[in-house]
Design a protein. Structure first.
Length: 106
């Protein structure tokens, strides 16, 4: 049921086709062509964006909020890593002390 299906190779015929040979051709120099006139530039499809003082304050406030939130998340992750490392170090010291004290009693 779960046996892999191995593809069968066709039997070799012994016929080998030679690779195609590419013949070099003569290089044709392009003739001078009059430059085409470019079409006129299309008119602006969208109106230009005008930033008002209120909009500028909103953008600055949103940027500040994003920076503060991202900074808080990064600092909290760093703090969690530091607390974990400190607790692992304390556990290592306690285990080492227990092993040393049990070795002295023997």
């Amino acid at each position: 049921m779960l046996r892999p299906k191995i593809p069968t190779m066709p039997t070799p015929t012994g016929l080998v086709t030679p690779p195609a040979v590419v013949q070099p051709s003569a290089v044709v120099q392009p003739t001078a062509v009059e430059p085409m006139q470019s079409p006129p530039a299309p008119a602006a499809q969208r109106p230009t964006v005008q930033i008002t003082p209120g909009t500028a304050l909103a953008v600055i406030g949103a940027g500040t909020a994003v920076v503060l939130v991202v900074g808080t998340v990064l600092v909290s992750m760093l703090l969690a890593t530091a607390v974990t490392a400190a607790s692992v170090a304390v556990c290592a010291v306690v285990v080492r002390s227990l092993i040393a004290s049990s070795a002295k009693r023997r």
